[in-house]
Design a protein around this ligand. Structure first.
Ligand SMILES: [Ca+2]
Ligand SMILES: [Ca+2]
Length: 71
């Protein structure tokens, strides 16, 4: 059985480049660019972060990230 929380944690850590436990729009943009997705604007990255962010700090904690995956 796959531990989905552990899997989500791995994805989260991949995006959290500075390891502070919060995903920012800039971190998200850097990772998708590394994956070959060009043309992601700061605004588009922030809009996605804001979609997942539930406490309004404009960053995504692991709890928010996990909740966004339905875990
Ligand atoms: Ca971070
Ligand atoms: Ca947040």
């Amino acid at each position: 059985m796959v531990d989905m929380t552990a899997a989500a944690r791995k994805v989260f850590e991949r995006y959290d480049l500075d390891g502070d436990g919060q995903l920012t729009a800039e971190e998200y943009r850097k990772v998708v660019e590394e994956l070959g997705e060009t043309g992601v604007t700061d605004e588009a990255a922030q809009a996605l972060i804001d979609t997942i962010d539930s406490d309004g700090d404009r960053k995504v904690s692991f709890e928010e990230f996990r909740a966004s995956m339905g875990l």
